[in-house]
Every structure is written in structure tokens, then in C-alpha cells.
Ligand binder design. Structure first.
Ligand code: PMT
Length: 400
């Protein structure tokens, strides 16, 4: 939550202005105070009334209209903002900001603010890729403006490519992270597991799974950037360790169990993103098994359930698990949440395109201990990680 913090939200004139409505609604739900400034073009797409109702504040569209109270309005809003967000930011508004043009209420207020400014560009792909727009964005990034990369997909103009307004949840997440100055995990020790385990059959073969480690490594990177001391216990993967993270590499479930238990008492938070083998071969052949008959039987025995054990031992730690399911996602995830004594579980249906193993995106549902379920759209694993860390940060605030 970001109670009482002030967001000035600029809405410029693109078709994505309708999505800005959800951004305001989510900012309000996150506890922020919101004032909206619309350009004249934006007011052609969505009425100021919609934003007034959602924000609970008058919407400014015109520099020259009679002010409701006596103050210099663009200066008042510029000073009031803790974060200044422009969503959608059109090529036109980006061009104006980059070149110091202040010819309407929005650009004038941006020029006057000292708050961090976040721009969420949304426009036709060719406009976005136009070297002029790209130069403007590079210039603004160099001047410490925060640019949220647009999403790629089918745009309103029928073209497919980059230029879609990022999902509202991603925009709000960026704003909330800025409000927390991105160091909300400072002083916290966090243990994250990632990638799959491998259970040897013989010296050359193993039982494994499709986990690449991308989800867990994204979490480790985000947690470290936000100030946590991160211990990453990782199964085999070719991913490089994120900067600032202490890594312990393991291969089997038993090794992962030992590495996790060795740290458990010293950590504040555990996130178990690893895909741990539930069974292992009862015997590991000393030599490579030779091809003999038409069938081969390997007896499997149960591996320890590491997260279950942590749930039984937990005292003060926040425990977050994942559930990788192929059907009845919520039912199975809820069972795991309860059985393993978790504070939160991240459920992913690994059969969905865009979700699960060995890709850069995921589609998850966050299930809280109180039963609440939050559904996220398809996002990059990086964005899922940011949102998960936000939720954990909120749990930490509540527990202090
Ligand atoms: O690594 P990627 O390619 O990016 O893919 C990401 C992912 C799909 C692996 C990730 O999003 C995910 O779902 N991780 C959990 C996979 C899993 O093993 O889920 P599960 O439903 O079988 O296990 C439930 C929870 O118990 C998990 O937190 C798991 O780490 C833990 N567990 C499971 C078995 C076991 N023996 N010990 C455990 O600790």
C-alpha cells in the first residue's frame, strides 16, 4: 500500500487513454491520492468526468479556465506530486517534454515538477520505432525520466508490434516501487530457490523437469535491487547469477533441502520457485545402464517435500510457494497453501501458452492466506517478480 501518497497523472491523446481509467482505479485501490491532467486530445477519447469520478478530484484540462481556488495551479500540482505519471504518453507529448516545450497544462506542470516522472509510451509501432521518438526517449532516459517499455501485440490501428500501453498493473507497480524508493527490502534476508532438480539414474542419465530458473532468477534480481540480502539456491541452469546475490548451486532435491535448511533460521522470507523432483530412483547405478530388454523398470522413492518441512518449522518467516498445475489450478494451489502453511502461493497453469517453464513470460494467480485471489495478465517474469515483491513488501509492513 502507498497510503496518502500523491500521484499526478497526465493523460495524453491516444486510443490507450481508455486504459488509463484502470490505472487511476488501481492507484486509488493502492491507497494513493490522484489528480488527473488531461490534454485536449485526451478529452476527445475519454471524458474528464470519468477520471473525476474515479480520482475523486477535479480534472484539469485547460490552462486558462478560472481556478477553483487561488493558487498557481500548475505549480501547486507540480509541488504536490510524489510521482508524476504520464499514461499513455503519445509521441507528441514525449517530443514536447524532450524539447522543453510547455504549451499546455500537462507539459507546463511536468516542466515545473521535481517529482520523478514516469512515462508509459503508447502509439503506433512505426511512430514508436521512428528514430525521432527513439532519440527523444533516449534523451529523456538520460535525464532520469523513467520510461516503461510499451508492450508488443496487436495495436488498435491493426498493426502488430511494439507500442501497446503496458498493462495497468505494470504501470501501477512501477509507480508504487518509485514511491517506496525501490529499497523496501533493505535489512531483509531472503532465500529464493530456482530451476529444477536432477535425480541421477546412472552416471549419464537423470530424471529432471523443464524448469529453466528464469522465474526464480528474476525474483532474486528484483529482491537484490530492492535492497534485500539474497541467497539463491539454484538447480542446474545456464543463467548467470543476478548481481549482488549469493548463490549456492545444487543438483538434487536432497542437496536443495540441505542448502535451504542450513539458511532457514537466518532468513526473513523464503520464495520457493524451484521445481523439485517429487521422486528419485531408489538406486543409482554405478555404471551406465546397458540396453538389454524391451523394457526397463526403475523404482522411484519419495523425495523430501522441502516447502512442507519449512511450513512445519516456520516461526517468523514469510513463506511463499509456487504451484505448477495442469488442471484445477486454484483448487490444487489452495490445498498446497494450507498444507504447507504458506503466506502466499503463486499458481501457474503450465499448459497455457505464455506461462510456465522455460519462457520469458508467465501468467499467474496470486493466492493469499486469507483466500483472496489476484489474477495477473500475461507479463514478463521480471514484471511478475516485481509484483510478487510488492506483495511481500506489503506483508512485511503489516507484520511490523
Ligand atoms: O524456471 P522457469 O522455467 O522460469 O519456470 C518457472 C516455474 C514453472 C518452474 C515456476 O513458475 C513454478 O511454478 N515453480 C514451482 C514448480 C513446482 O515444483 O511446483 P509444485 O506445485 O510441484 O510444488 C509446490 C511448491 O512446493 C513449490 O514452491 C515447490 O518449490 C515446492 N516443493 C515441491 C516438491 C518438493 N519435493 N519440495 C518442494 O519444496
Amino acid at each position: 500500500m502507498s497510503s496518502g501518497q500523491n500521484i499526478v497523472m497526465g493523460v495524453s491523446g491516444g486510443i490507450a487513454a481508455y486504459k488509463a481509467v484502470e490505472v487511476v482505479s488501481r492507484l486509488k485501490k493502492a491507497g494513493c491520492n490522484v489528480n488527473v491532467i488531461m490534454t485536449k486530445a485526451a478529452a476527445e477519447f475519454v471524458t474528464p468526468l470519468t477520471f473525476r469520478e474515479l480520482s475523486g478530484n477535479p480534472v484539469v484540462t485547460d490552462m486558462w479556465e478560472e481556478p477553483k481556488t487561488w493558487n498557481v495551479q500548475h505549480i501547486a500540482l507540480a509541488n504536490w506530486a510524489d510521482v508524476f505519471l504520464v499514461a499513455p504518453a503519445t509521441a507528441n507529448i514525449i517530443g514536447k517534454i524532450a524539447n522543453g516545450i510547455a504549451d499546455d497544462m500537462l507539459t507546463t506542470t511536468i516542466m515545473a515538477t521535481k517529482a520523478p516522472v514516469v512515462l508509459a509510451p503508447a502509439m503506433n509501432t512505426n511512430m514508436y520505432l521512428n528514430p525521432v521518438t527513439q532519440q527523444n526517449l533516449t534523451k529523456l532516459a538520460g535525464l532520469s525520466y523513467h520510461i516503461i517499455e510499451p508492450a508488443t501485440g496487436l495495436l488498435a490501428c491493426g498493426v502488430e508490434g511494439p507500442g501497446r500501453l503496458p498493462e495497468p498493473v505494470v504501470i501501477v507497480d512501477k509507480v508504487v516501487a518509485l514511491l517506496h524508493n525501490c529499497q523496501d527490502l533493505r535489512g531483509q534476508r531472503i532465500l529464493i530457490t530456482a530451476a529444477g532438480t536432477r535425480e541421477a539414474i546412472d552416471p549419464v542419465r537423470y530424471i529432471g523437469n523443464r524448469s529453466s530458473g528464469k522465474m526464480g532468477y528474476a525474483l532474486a534480481g528484483v529482491a537484490a535491487r530492492r535492497g534485500a540480502e539474497v541467497i539463491l539456491v539454484s538447480g542446474p541452469t545456464s543463467l548467470p547469477a543476478p548481481p549482488g546475490v549469493t548463490i549456492t548451486r545444487v543438483e538434487t532435491a536432497a542437496q536443495m533441502q540441505a542448502a535451504v535448511l542450513a539458511e532457514f533460521d537466518t532468513v526473513d522470507i523464503v520464495i520457493k520457485a524451484a521445481a523439485v523432483a517429487d521422486y528419485r530412483p531408489e538406486q543409482v547405478a554405478e555404471q551406465k545402464i546397458k540396453k538389454t530388454g524391451d523394457t526397463l523398470t526403475i523404482n522411484l522413492i519419495k523425495n523430501p517435500d522441502i516447502l512442507l518441512e519449512l511450513g512445519q518449522r516456520k516461526k517468523r518467516q514469510i513463506l511463499v510457494g509456487f504451484a505448477a498445475e495442469t488442471k484445477d489450478l486454484i483448487i490444487h494451489a489452495r490445498e498446497k497453501l494450507t498444507k504447507k502453511n504458506l503466506d502466499m502461493i503463486i499458481a501457474n497453469d503450465v499448459t497455457l501458452p505464455g506461462a510456465g517453464f522455460n519462457i520469458d513470460t508467465n501468467i499467474v494467480k496470486i493466492i493469499h492466506k486469507n483466500g483472496n485471489v489476484e489474477e495477473l495478465p500475461q507479463l514478463s517474469k521480471q514484471q511478475v517478480a516485481e509484483i510478487m515483491i510488492d506483495k511481500i513488501s506489503t506483508l512485511l509492513t503489516k507484520s511490523t
